[in-house]
Design a protein around this ligand. Structure first.
Ligand code: ZN
Length: 65
């Protein structure tokens, strides 16, 4: 059974601080918002998972446009 939880490091697009992210890839590709732990800005995370349930990529974009 593939591992459902992946721990990764994402870089805030506002202050460039590193944030720890815990991603449930068993839900497949998804997008969600998370606040930066340092500057509290909203980050839009786009998680890309392939057909085998393997994590391909995590994209981080500014969450407020
Ligand atoms: Zn930040």
């Amino acid at each position: 059974m593939p591992q459902a939880l992946v721990y990764s490091t994402i870089t805030c697009p506002y202050c460039y601080s590193e944030n720890a992210a815990e991603i449930d890839i068993s839900a497949g590709s998804q997008e969600y918002y998370e606040d930066c732990e340092v500057c509290c800005a909203p980050m839009a995370l786009a998680v890309h998972v392939d057909d085998q349930g393997e994590l391909i990529q995590i994209e981080v974009k500014p969450g407020n446009g």
